[in-house]
Each structure stands twice: as C-alpha cells, then as structure tokens.
Design a protein around this ligand. Structure first.
Ligand code: FBP
Length: 553
C-alpha cells in the first residue's frame, strides 16, 4: 500500500494520555466511588442484571498498581458505522496490554460482532498495529452491524473465548452495541464464564451521550470535516452569489452533527429535527421558514445562501411520520406484489390515492415526484420505507421553490432561486482523526485495559473533563447498567441505553437559537478550514463548539 505524506507523519504522533494514566501501568491505582443505579426503571433493570447491576463508579489515580499482573488474552471488536479514532482505541488497548506483559495477546475479531461468532480473527503484532496508528477508518479489522443479543450467540462467544483463553472482550460501538455489551457481561457473570466485557463509546452521530459520556468518539473529527466542506461551500456561495446550497449531513436520528456544523460555520439555515418534532412543524411550515430567509436575503440583493438539513429530519415531521406508517401498512404482505404489478406510475398513483387517508394524501401530493417514487420503490427487506434514503435536501429545496413561485405570483418576491444539493456523510466518517479524537480514543483503549486488569465487568471505559487539555482528563469506568432504562422497541419492553437527542434547553441549541435570525438574513459565514494536526494547541487541540458550550463555566 502506498502511503501519503500525512499518513507517514501521523504514524509518529504520540497521543496524549490523561495525567493519571501516564508513567506506566505499575503506577496506576484505582479508587472506587459510590454504588450506582440506573437512570430510570431501577427495579426492572436490577431484576434483568442481578449480577452486574449497582456496581461502583471507579476513577484511576496515581499510585501503586495492586492488580495481579497475570498473562492476559483480550479480544476486541468494532461495531456499527465507522468513526474516526477507532484504530486508536485498539492501539491504546494494545500498548497497555503489551507494556504490562509482552506475552499478552490481543485478538481482533473481524467484520464486527459476527467475527466473534464465526471465530474469524487476527492476533495483532507491532508491525500490524503500527500501520494503523492515528489513522481513520475501521479497516484494521472491519466492522459490521450484526447484533449480539441472544443466549445462543453468547454461548458461542463463550466457547470462542475459552478456545483462545480470552478473559476479556472490548466492544467498541454505539448505544445498541454497548447495550448488548451489558447483556453479554451479565451472561458471562451469571454463567461464571470468566470473561469480562468492557464497552467504548463510539458514533459520529454524537447521540451516545449522558452525564457520564461527555461525547462519543468520532463526532469531533466528522463534524470538523463537514464544517470544513460547508465553510468552503459558503465561501463559494458568497463568491458566486447565485446559488442556494442545501446540504444534508449525516446523523441517523439526532441533530447533534447538524447543530455542531451550524455553530462552526454560521449558515443561513439549519434545521434541528428535535425542534421540528417539539413544535410539530409541518413540511409546509418548514418550507415557509426557509423561504422567508431566501426572500429576505433576495430583497437585499443576496440570491444565495446555505441551508443545513439533518439526515433524520423527515422522521421528526409528525405528518410525514404518519404518512410513512400508512405507506408501510398499505404495502404490507401481498399488497406489495399487487402494487408492483401495476404497469405505470399513474396506475400506482391511483392505488396510493385509494389507500392513504385524506390527510396523508395531502402530504404525499406536495412531494416532488422523485421523492414520491422513492417512498414506494426503495423499501427494505421487510417492505418498509427506507427513510434514511430520502433525499431530504432535494425535498426541502423543491418545497421552497414552490413557496417562492407562489410568493412571486402574489408579487411578494422578486428574487432568483437556484438550488444545489449535497450530502455530507461517508466523507467524514473515516477522516484522519483530529488530535482530540486521536488522544481521546487512545486514552479510551488504554483505560479499557486498566478496567480489565482490575477485573471489572460490564463497564464502559470513561474519559471525562474533555473540554480541558488532555493532561486534565479524568480516566475511570462506569457500569453500563447505570445508563440504562426500559424502552418499547419492536413491540417489546427492552433494557437499553437512552439515545441522547439535542436538548432544546441545552446551551448549544440556545446559542444557535439566539443567533440564527441574524444568520438567516445576513451573511455571517465562518470558514473553519481543514483540521490542523500540527501547530499551536489552541488551533490543533480545539474541542467541538458543542462541548465547549456545554462545559462553559
Ligand atoms: P453508528 O450509529 O453505528 O455509529 O452509525 C451512524 C451512521 O454513520 C449514521 O450517521 C448514518 O445514518 C448511518 O451510520 C449509515 O449507516 P451505513 O454505514 O450502514 O450506511
């Protein structure tokens, strides 16, 4: 493989650890805090996790290491969507493991959780690990979205661990994967399997966040990458002065990514899905809101602008959610075949008109034909609409164009509206990790080893105080059950880690809310430029605006 100059240079970067993890494993001791309880539904969670519930929060500190330095084999998996820094979690884990005892072995199970079931693995060595230090992507061992959730699967994992004398598994994943990590930890405890499970918080979406997890890794790099591109688009818009750019950004459900990008770049418009749901906004109201900015700017001679659209927004529009539910119902079972057999779109449209309620048909009718067809033609294997494939950036620009045409006809608008569309998603998920993510991830991995060495099971590797320099970060662990509550999923009550949506009374949203009117009518763009890896710390080690605002004293 040919290496870029940056890749070679990044190999040499030494990630920063919190002070308490520096100076060698022999000098790290542990301090146990209070017993924990889950954020809600305590009795139910306790009943489901009798062996791992209520354990103590722990913090590492400088002191004599009292853990037994026995030989250890550890397994690790990457789970779910890529997030910059995943390689460094593995590097930190590997370095801690090997510095304790060079005989220790790290098994990387390939292709995500399925690697554990299929016993597909590699054993890392220095040369292999060194080729991935401080790099983006998950290609070190690959990832996957298979869920580890049944007792049959757990029994296979126990056998695989036994075969390789693995006494701990590190699961690097999002809310679902860490939920499954907690269930697996409970299974191992109940069956005395002699295997510990440690989770690490990953996802660019930023929705694995709570009072213990200040942010998931990958969010920093992904939002900086998107913000660079949005800043470039803003500069182009401000140069050419002839286009409105509609930029959809990744984030399956929560709008943390969109909000952070807006805080970084100050676009004219940024939709926040959680606000759309809270205010029960209709598609027409959202389109009017954007059209007001387009028209206001046009009146001042500015026929250009930038609008950020969060990936998941349509699901948060109440009338759209009802429409999707009705379409799923309309095409359930054999009715899908009947629909697919209809020869023309006109025939299909008549079928749809007959099957939807009047209200949903009104919503359907205002959609551009391309989106209407997407809703019916591109469905998942269960026949459901694939909401994530809906090109919402095109949807909103089309709805805005309709609004503006109506305003023009009424003599209320005289501008020009020419829209361009972008989707920023995969280009941010595997970028070289920022210094923040490189440091944070390496620390998470190193810290995961400390939790293993001290014998903890069902814990999340926790690094906090993240808005401060890395030396002041705090390393420790939190029982995963503390973050759980009961939620209804697919018709069943399930213990899960609560997904964190954007808080409308939180400081990041409040800051955005206080400024957005000005951004909508004027041109207040900020051009963040590329991620800086070398240079002054105030440029290179900057955290996200979200974290800085949340932790502002
Ligand atoms: P995770 O929650 O697994 O970290 O993945 C998040 C994400 O990147 C979303 O932003 C996006 O909607 C989704 O994955 C895309 O999934 P896929 O990689 O399967 O296309």
């Amino acid at each position: 493989m040919e290496l870029s100059s940056l890749q070679k240079a990044r190999y040499a970067y030494q990630p920063k650890l919190p002070q308490m993890l520096r100076g060698g494993i022999a000098e790290i001791s542990v301090s146990e805090g209070a017993e924990t309880k889950s954020v809600a539904d305590c009795e139910k969670i306790q009943a489901l996790f009798p062996n791992t519930y209520g354990k103590k929060e722990i913090v590492f500190k400088k002191g004599t290491n009292t853990a037994e330095a026995k030989k250890l084999n550890v397994g690790v998996i990457l789970s779910g969507g890529q997030a910059p820094g995943g390689h460094n979690v593995i590097c930190g884990l590997y370095d801690a493991l090997k510095s304790t005892n060079p005989e220790n072995q790290l098994f990387g199970f390939k292709g995500g959780p399925s690697g554990l079931i299929e016993d597909s693995y590699i054993v890392f060595d220095d040369a292999y690990i060194d080729a991935y230090r401080n790099t983006g992507g998950f290609d070190i061992i690959g990832s996957g979205r298979t869920k580890l959730e049944t007792r049959e699967q757990f029994a296979i994992v126990a056998d695989v661990c036994k075969k390789h004398e693995i006494s701990a598994v590190v699961i690097i994943g999002g809310d679902d994967s860490n939920t499954n990590a907690a269930v697996l930890a409970e299974y191992f405890a109940e069956t005395n399997a002699g295997v510990q499970v440690i989770g690490c918080p990953k996802t660019i979406d930023g929705d694995l966040k709570n009072e213990d997890i200040e942010c998931s890794f990958g969010f920093d790099t992904a939002t900086k990458t998107y913000s660079e591109l949005i800043g470039n688009i803003e500069r182009d818009a401000n140069s050419a002065k002839k286009y409105w750019h509609f930029v959809k950004v990744m984030g399956r459900s929560a709008s943390h990514v969109a909000l952070e990008c807006a805080l970084e770049t100050q676009p004219n418009i940024c939709l926040i899905s959680e606000e759309v749901a809270e205010k029960k906004m209709s598609l027409s109201e959202i389109a009017d809101y954007i059209a007001d900015s387009v028209a206001g700017r046009a009146a001042k001679g500015m026929n250009f602008g930038v609008a950020i659209i969060p990936e998941g927004v349509v699901e948060f529009v109440p009338e759209f959610a009802v429409l999707i539910a009705e379409i799923n119902e309309l095409l359930a079972g054999a009715k899908a075949d009947e629909f697919n057999a209809l020869p023309t779109w006109a025939d299909k449209y008549a079928f749809i008109e007959k099957g939807l309620t009047k209200e949903s048909m009104e919503v359907f009718a205002i959609l551009p034909q391309g989106i209407q067809q997407q809703l019916f033609l591109e469905r998942d294997p269960h026949g459901n609409v694939q909401v994530s494939l809906i090109e919402s950036e095109k949807l909103f620009s089309a709805l805005v164009a309709d609004k503006l045409a109506a305003r023009k006809a009424a003599g209320e608008y005289k501008g020009k509206f020419s829209a361009l569309h972008h989707f920023l998603g995969y280009e941010g998920r595997c970028a070289f990790p920022s210094n923040f993510d490189a440091d944070y991830c390496y620390s998470l991995g190193y810290n995961a080893f400390m939790l293993i060495q001290y014998g903890y099971n069902g814990y999340l590797s926790k690094i906090s105080n993240l808005s401060k320099p890395a030396t002041e970060w705090v390393a420790g662990g939190m029982p995963i059950t503390k973050m759980m509550n009961i939620e209804r999923r697919h018709g069943e009550d399930k213990p899960v880690i609560r997904k964190a949506l954007v808080e409308l009374d939180g400081k990041p949203f409040k800051f955005f809310e206080a400024n957005r009117e000005k951004w909508a009518q004027e041109t207040c763009y900020v051009y963040p430029g590329a991620i800086q890896y070398y240079g002054p710390a105030e440029v290179c080690d900057l955290t996200t605006r979200t974290l800085a605002l949340e932790k502002a004293e």
